[in-house]
Design a protein around this ligand. Structure first.
Ligand code: ADP
Ligand code: MG
Length: 559
């Protein structure tokens, strides 16, 4: 039989992948099991729309069978199987995902719980196997085929016997080499551990024949060996479990399994509400900003499940824009499985859930700020700008939610402070919340305008981002204290005692000021004696609402 060649680029890709995508070899099992689970999901999905099909949960499972003598590991599923063409297309072309195609063909955009979409997982098998054999019979077909490959060299395909619909994947596990040992992939115990570790929430039973010893009947001291089929995975999704049963690692594992991000989540929020609305949710605050976060490509949203079945990959309605960095899922028994995107938008339940979630996220962030400042500042570095945009683009109640989450660099002690912290440490005579804008902290520190305020012992917030001042303008005040730029004309710092002296100075130098004003007439509105300067001879100030920094930004904007 002639071997068919992988296309050249596929060959390279395969080698690259085998060596680099997966840091741990054991994930090959996770990949094959998730493919098996996808294959069962496909039957399940078909049964929803095809009346001639029934889906009897008991008949659907995945089985893992090691054989030490032959050094084989077999993964069997009772899923939808593959036709000859599908074997060729899905396993013969790397990075081609039959599962993704299935979702598209069936218009399952927001589809089903189908995991696959990249079309590379299957090849992870070659990390541990020399030869991979796939025997498959597709739903609705009497024929079965055997696909076989030794890796980058290509594959063969031929008719084969198989009594039942589904797929059997037989891995010829590699021989041990000097520093490489592959025996664990033939050991019952370690296989069980790997399954538990990666595939515990797979919704179908993953079975294994487990051998053990037990006391013989009618005898106290004699043992007999037995083999028993066990289901290894717990199947219950993590969000249905009790918080007290779960560890941080469990949540992190779920985050990774779900591909919510490549980082470790900074914090998880597990919500279980059982009142007028019923829902469970696991939310994550990522540690790092996704690379496309501030681009148009970035899509916010949470996975939405209806009673354990995924109905939408990214339900944008569940998150306000200012929390668009939050990842996670929501499962509610009160949502219909067949609900459409349009209907969802108007769904009352969904709105209530969204509102509830919004509140929880805010509270969690606030308590993070209070209880783990370092973590909060890491978060703020990544996503603080988004919160400020939230304040700025306020059309409703964003302000109330967000103002307590903001941090700004403070003139005191070179650290970040919240508005609450600022206001509570204000001296009694201080009327305003002072701020200064500039390109960098260094630059702001050198501004002559900050001198008087600092001398008074008042703290100044340093605004270094374009959005800062705009956001503050939207807030207008915090706890009844107005914001005031240090470069505004009236600083609200009284010094009446010198008023008379200033008056005299002004009169004495009238000619000089008139002259300066005249010369600078196209640049400034007035030239005055200043009370705010200490070590600088001169500074610029503004009148009205728009400060110098804002003016710079506004004039840089396209008309
Ligand atoms: P992905 O799962 O990301 O689509 P894989 O490389 O893991 O990519 O699998 C490629 C394709 O092969 C799948 O999309 C699916 O169409 C098919 N496939 C793999 N394993 C099975 C299986 N056990 N039963 C049916 N189809 C399978
Ligand atoms: Mg896969």
């Amino acid at each position: 039989m002639a071997k068919q060649q992988f296309k050249a680029e596929s060959k390279r890709l395969l080698e690259m992948m085998i060596n680099s995508i997966y840091s741990q070899r054991e994930v090959f099992l996770r990949e094959l099991i998730s493919n098996a689970s996808d294959a069962i999901d496909k039957i399940y999905y078909k049964a929803l729309t095809d009346e001639s099909l029934t889906f009897d949960q008991e008949n659907y499972y995945i089985k893992v069978t090691p054989n030490k003598e032959n050094r084989t590991l077999t993964i069997t599923d009772t899923g939808i199987g593959m036709t000859k063409e599908e074997l060729e297309n899905n396993l013969g072309v790397i990075a081609k995902s039959g599962s993704l195609a299935f979702k598209t063909e069936n218009e399952l955009k927001d589809g089903h719980d189908i995991i696959g979409q990249f079309g590379v997982g299957f090849y992870a098998a070659f990390m541990v196997a020399d030869v991979v054999t796939v025997v498959s019979r597709a739903l609705g077909s009497d024929e079965a085929y055997k696909w076989q490959s030794e890796g980058a060299e290509g594959y063969t395909i031929e008719p084969h016997e198989k009594d039942t619909v589904g797929t059997e994947i037989i891995l010829q596990i590699k021989e041990n080499a000097e520093e490489e040992n592959y025996d664990e992939f033939l050991e019952e115990y370690s296989l069980k551990t790997i399954i538990k570790k990666y595939s515990d929430f797979i919704r179908y039973p993953i079975k294994m024949d487990v051998s053990g010893q037990r006391p013989k009947e009618d005898s106290d001291d004699e043992l007999e060996s037995y083999v028993e089929e066990q289901t290894i995975n717990s199947m219950v999704p993590i969000w249905r479990k009790n918080k007290s049963e779960l560890t941080d690692e469990d949540y992190e594992k779920f985050y990774q399994e779900k591909h919510y991000g490549f980082d470790k989540p900074l914090k998880h929020i597990h919500i279980s509400v059982d009142g007028t609305i019923r829902y469970q949710s696991i939310l994550y605050i990522p540690e790092n900003m996704p690379f496309d976060y501030y681009s148009k490509e970035y899509e916010k949203g949470l996975e939405l499940y209806s009673n354990g079945v995924l109905i939408m990959n990214k339900s944008a309605d569940l998150l306000p824009d200012y929390f668009s960095f939050v990842k996670g899922m929501v499962d509610s028994e009160d949502l219909s499985l067949n609900i459409s995107r349009e209907m969802l938008q108007h769904d009352r339940q969904l709105k209530l859930i969204a509102k509830n979630i919004n509140k929880k996220i805010k509270n969690e962030l606030q308590s993070l700020m209070k209880n783990d400042r370092e973590k909060y500042e890491t978060f703020y570095k990544a996503f603080g700008r988004q919160l400020k945009y939230g304040v700025y683009s306020d059309f409703g109640s964003n302000k109330e939610v967000l103002q307590d989450l903001l941090l700004f660099h403070s003139s005191k002690e070179n650290k970040l402070v919240s508005l609450d912290e600022y206001v509570s440490s204000m001296p009694e005579d201080q009327k305003y919340i002072y701020y200064a804008s500039g390109e960098s902290i260094d630059r702001i520190e050198k501004l002559p305008q900050t001198e008087l305020v600092s001398e008074k012992g008042y703290e100044i917030l340093y605004f270094t981002e374009d959005i800062d001042e705009f956001a503050i303008k939207m807030l207008m005040n915090y706890k009844e204290k107005e914001f005031k730029s240090v470069s505004s004309g009236d600083l609200g710092i009284e010094s009446d005692e010198n008023e008379a002296q200033t008056e005299t100075e002004r009169a004495e130098n009238k000619d000089l000021f008139d002259f300066m004003k005249n010369v600078l007439s196209s640049k400034v509105k007035d030239v005055r004696i200043s009370k705010r300067l200490k070590s600088h001879p001169v500074c610029l100030t503004t009148e009205g609402d728009v400060t110098i920094e804002m003016e710079k930004i506004l004039s840089a904007m396209p008309d």
